[in-house]
Ligand binder design. Structure first.
Ligand code: CA2
Length: 151
């Protein structure tokens, strides 16, 4: 079955447990459930993962790119969290693997500190969803479906 990857970066394991005024009260397990509903509807397997390690995100993006090239995956919803703003390695992994990536942020990073305004992911992303809360995750999966049908 075709897979969709939802990859989450550092500290997102704390979602719903800390800073609810910024990120809300929904946990990452709740987000996974909402993604599973959409994946089931679209007939996809879901690879929903979180890591605090940059290199692990690089490995997973390469894995997704290879699966996509083999016709076994539609792409990646990527909330790279703080690595968004720092990681040339993630930029290179996306560009080098050819993975179709929707960049996602729960908060509106453009209303926050200026260091969150720069993204190394955006120039190699197919699209970006920012500031819609955790509702952005299922929307991003639907966007992957649209994009993969069009290409
Ligand atoms: O808004 C987003 O989704 C972010 O990617 C979240 C990152 C932040 O560094 C980005 O600028 C924007 C932070 C993820 C940490 O998540 C936490 C959740 C709850 C409590 C503490 C951290």
């Amino acid at each position: 079955m075709t897979s969709a990857y939802v990859l989450n970066g550092p500290n997102l394991n704390l979602l719903g447990k800390r800073e609810p005024e910024i990120y809300g009260k929904t946990t990452l397990a709740d987000v996974e459930r909402s993604c599973l509903e959409v994946a089931n509807e679209l007939g996809w397997d879901l690879e929903f993962r979180q890591t605090n390690r940059e290199g692990e995100l690089v490995d997973w993006i390469q894995e997704a790119g290879q699966a996509q090239a083999a016709g076994d995956a539609v792409g990646v919803v990527l909330n790279a969290a703080a690595y968004t703003h720092t990681s040339v390695a993630l930029h290179d992994a996306i560009a080098g693997s050819g993975a179709r990536v929707i960049e996602l942020h729960i908060s509106n990073v453009h209303r926050r500190e200026s260091f969150r305004h720069l993204s190394y992911v955006s120039p190699v992303a197919a699209g970006i969803i920012v500031g819609l809360g955790v509702a952005g995750y299922p929307l991003a999966l639907r966007a992957l479906a649209d994009l993969s049908e069009r290409s």
